[in-house]
Design a protein around this ligand. Sequence first.
Ligand code: ARG
Length: 458
Amino acid sequence: MAQLWGGRFTKETDRNVYLFNASISFDKRLYRQDIEGSIAHAVMLEKQGILTEEEKDAIVKGLSTIRSRLEEGSLEISDEYEDIHSFVESTLTKMIGDAGKKLHTGRSRNDQVALDMKMYVRGEIIEIDNLLKEFQKILLKIMEENLETYMPGFTHMQKAQPVTLAHHMGAYFEMLRRDRSRLQDIYERLNICPLGAGALAGTTYPLDRGYTASLLGFESPTLNSMDSVSDRDYVIELLSALSTIMMHLSRFSEEIIIWNSNEYGFVEIDDAYSTGSSIMPQKKNPDIAELVRGKTGRVYGALMGMLTTMKGLPLAYNKDMQEDKEGSFDAIDTTKECLLMFMQMMDTMKFRKDVMARSAAKGFTNATDAADYLVKRGVPFRDAHGIIGQLVLSCIEKGKSIDEMTLEELKSISEVFDADIYDAVSLKTCVEKRLTTGAPGISAMRGVIAEYRKYLKD
Ligand code: ARG
């Protein structure tokens, strides 16, 4: 048991209490942030005349050595320490002697842990954003290759109107664009430095908080010391953004699972990204997509957990807040892994364009266009809707699609039909005539793709 306190205690902490209280087993992943923050603190203390230059040099050198030894594996973080802060300070003091004991001047673990968590979240936001960007590149490539890959678009899981695979992928590109902009917002809001808030009420030492903030890449110092040590909004905001990313991935997974089913057969998942059955030799299962869909639950769970942990906390720091870590670490790891797996699966997936096009041609996806054909010939839309309804009924009875009906059969439903109806309701026309911004028509899509390319470059 190694802890930074104990002077006012007459008994040793109960072993189980010690273990219950300790966070080292999970906050050890914050060692880089803890060391970087400590170096900045020491540099500022010296600038302010609180440490001598020799003390500062010894501290900075010692901390840098600890960091490189941890990185190369010649030093290990042992669970005998209460938390990562205790480990770093005690190891430093063992290494450089008394100067190490001065590092914590004008600092509390409360502002220290808030700083570490903020720096950690900041770094993870950048990593997750990079993953989202890589995923967008893969989607854009699929889009560019499939501007004329026709497929049915659905509402209520019923075939509605034909679209293209490029258009369908573009919907996910948009979702990821919003995900990235949410992360950016969170980054900007959190990038204010809590270091120097002390335990809750600042400190009597003449700290230069603006200086440490700028050394650590923050915009400025926080303006209320009580809020600084008790704010975990940024963790909640990140978990909320991750939950939304996972919700998007989960919807995407659901579609891939459906498209990969025997009944649809729109896609074939690469052998390297699917799994088999121990009993049924014919099976090739979409396990990645199913796992991503399933893991969405634990990320939502982390968000709910954190909101609930924070809801009753009086100001300022309370130990409850130590619970911000395990759930958010798990949610971050899970989201990153899901993004990576899912994008690789997409990158290697085959699209069965013929099956998609055949499916789009069936199911009366051109019924709206048939009605529009009549409208262009002077029939009021509501009447046209009724006429095409009758036509669809007659097609179903005959087991034909609209374009398989003879002109005679069509004319028996409405005299307005003419030979040009066939071109007007062809799959190609139905897609290519949809040219409003954001629609699947090829030239509309090309404009959007040009914007996406520019966006990915910026
Ligand atoms: N392990 C603690 C946490 O994660 C560090 C802060 C401890 N502060 C305290 N006064 N006990 O929140």
